[in-house]
Write a protein that binds this ligand. Structure first.
Ligand code: MTE
Ligand code: MO
Length: 546
């Protein structure tokens, strides 16, 4: 073994392969220790300030729209996981490099650690709602990493005379002895890092324990204005079709939060103020709930949903009418001379979402929702209070973890997504989706149920048609309508013949407007085009003999 031979004469065989691996290991162990103390510090400062989360958040804020849409289309809701893993992979490389540099020139290795730490700190303080304290986790992590790297590198560099190992292990050369001591140091570092990281997690969980308890202890009040029961015919008994109401655990989630905000309902407050507000409101949860509670079924859709995509869900929401609260605050819509045409909602994590005041006050059930399908909002869906407005994409209407409503104008203020090339205003476009058969399916020839959903919130769906291989449009059967603000299920019986076939669907909304066939991308205000599904029909099973 070359390295051990080299070790006989030179206690610092820096060019050997093993020595390089040991140096990289030192860098990685030091980084683990640093991330652990950073995690512990973040539990005390705030979860978003942990370096990996902060860098991730900063990357999300700065991702060009094309890349984001690609990531959402490619990875779906796992895009956040992919981003985090990517950051961790880069950190692993940098940590190994810092270790390898440090055994040669300690200041160089330390400089890499410092640069990475500075980046983490800058990312953390650049996040919305951040203060200088957000730099602390990265600072503590950087100091820890540098200190541990120094100790490990010193251990690696210290020559030990052959046979003088404190444990009295059989002398295997200076390098072998060093390697043992070094191995112990690394193991001790990793154990300490694991312990500290675990403590950080526990402390973090402790920090949100109040929020968790406030949700568990929150009994949804009964509605003052209940929604009529969902018509039984709103669902269709077709395997593979979406259920009319989307269970909360299956409801799509789209937001920029790498750590789901956990807001304590007991300390939650909402402020309503701005242009044209004559009586600013400051509400806590009991004050909000003392207003009449309305129940309403609304289908929520995301502007980033590609044609045929999964970012649509339907729920029974419980909440307070936003228009009533605004009127209470003295707000008049522009059509009645009010000065503000934009309502900017702000969340606890700094998201801003701008909604037309006119739309919110035109009589539709725009809600400040507290309940979703009979439960308090799940944390991931905005507990304790979020907005929902029928007919508008989520990014211009559905602010989760709401904490402020400010009245202003569209000309004076661009909200978060508008600054990232999305349209200021975005009513939902009429869309339809084939849920079954799925693309690439291979159904047997004969009768195949084609089925799916169609939506045109606040206009309703009046007709759905299907065509095969570009042939004539054929009318599908519509499930019962629950209202104009929800999607409508549909099915069409297809006499499928063997071979490759293409299915397409289109919907007509309640105003008689037919869904456009023209393909447009999601940016800037929602995708259009026809959902197209290609299947390969197998020859039907031979008729049973008998
Ligand atoms: N605070 C906050 N609210 C938000 C977002 C966000 O990133 N942060 N995303 C919006 C977008 S783009 C959509 S489509 C809906 C999705 O709501 P859901 O995750 O409950 O389905 O939330 C909206 N509200
Ligand atoms: Mo969205």
């Amino acid at each position: 073994m070359t390295s051990e031979k080299a070790g006989q004469g030179d206690p610092r065989p820096r060019s050997s392969h093993r020595y390089t691996v040991a140096a990289a290991t030192a860098g990685l162990a030091a980084a683990c220790a640093g991330l652990a103390t950073a995690q512990l510090t973040a539990a005390w400062v705030r979860p978003d300030a942990a370096p990996v989360t902060a860098v991730g958040g900063a990357v999300v804020d700065r991702t060009p729209v094309g890349l984001r849409e690609w990531a959402v289309a490619r990875f779906g809701t796992a895009d956040k996981l992919v981003l985090t893993l990517g950051i961790v992979a880069v950190l692993v490389l940098l940590a190994a490099a810092a270790g390898i540099l440090a055994v040669r020139r300690l200041p160089a290795g330390t400089a890499v650690v410092g640069a990475v730490g500075l980046l983490g700190a800058l990312a953390a303080v650049s996040r919305p709602q951040a203060t200088w304290r957000d730099a602390l986790p990265s600072a503590v992590g950087t100091l820890t990493t540098a200190a541990v790297l120094y100790l490990l590198v010193r251990a690696l560099r210290t020559p030990r005379p052959t046979g003088a190992h404190p444990t009295g292990a059989p002398p295997g050369g200076a390098w072998a002895l060093d390697r043992r001591g070094f191995g112990r140091l690394v193991a001790a570092t990793l154990a300490a890092a694991a312990g500290i990281g675990y403590a950080g997690r526990r402390l973090g969980a402790h920090g949100s324990a109040g929020a968790t308890a406030s949700r568990t202890g929150f009994a949804l009040p009964p509605p003052d204005v209940p929604a009529p029961p969902v018509p039984p015919g709103a669902n269709l008994p077709v395997p593979g079709i979406s259920p009319f109401l989307t269970p909360n655990r299956d409801f799509y989630r789209v937001d920029t939060a790498l750590v789901v905000p956990r807001v304590d309902a007991g300390t939650w407050q909402l402020r309503i103020h701005g242009e044209g507000v004559t009586r600013p409101l400051e509400l806590d949860l009991p004050a909000l709930l003392s207003r009449p509670l309305v129940e309403h079924d609304i289908t929520l859709t995301c502007v980033s949903n590609p044609v045929g995509g999964p970012y649509a869900g339907n729920a029974r929401w419980l909440g307070v009418r936003l228009a009533d609260l605004l009127r209470e605050a003295g707000v008049r819509p522009p059509s009645q001379g009010g000065p503000a045409d934009q309502l900017v909602a702000r969340s606890v994590d700094g998201m801003t979402i701008g909604t037309p005041v006119e739309t919110v006050m035109d009589g539709r059930e725009a809600l400040l929702a507290v309940g979703m399908n009979g439960e308090p909002l799940p944390f991931a869906h905005g507990f304790p209070v979020r907005m929902v407005v029928p007919g508008l994409y989520g990014y211009v209407s559905a602010c989760k973890w709401l904490r402020e409503l400010r009245l202003t104008t569209f000309s004076a203020y661009d909200a978060y997504w508008v600054r990232r090339s999305w349209a200021q205003q975005a009513p939902v476009k009429t869309q339809s989706r084939i849920d079954t058969p799925r693309a690439g399916a291979a159904p047997a020839a004969g009768r195949v149920a084609v089925a799916g959903v169609a939506w045109a919130q606040h206009r309703g769906i009046s007709r759905v048609e299907v065509r095969v291989d570009g042939g004539p449009w054929q009318e599908a059967r519509l499930a019962d309508a629950d209202g104009v603000d929800t999607w409508r299920l549909w099915t069409w019986p297809w006499e499928a013949t063997p071979g490759r076939h293409t299915l397409q669907v289109r919907a007509t909304d309640g105003t008689g407007a037919v869904q456009t066939e023209r393909s447009t991308p999601t940016v800037p205000d929602g995708a259009t085009g026809l959902h197209t599904v290609t299947v390969r029909v197998r020859p039907g099973p031979a008729a049973p003999e008998r």
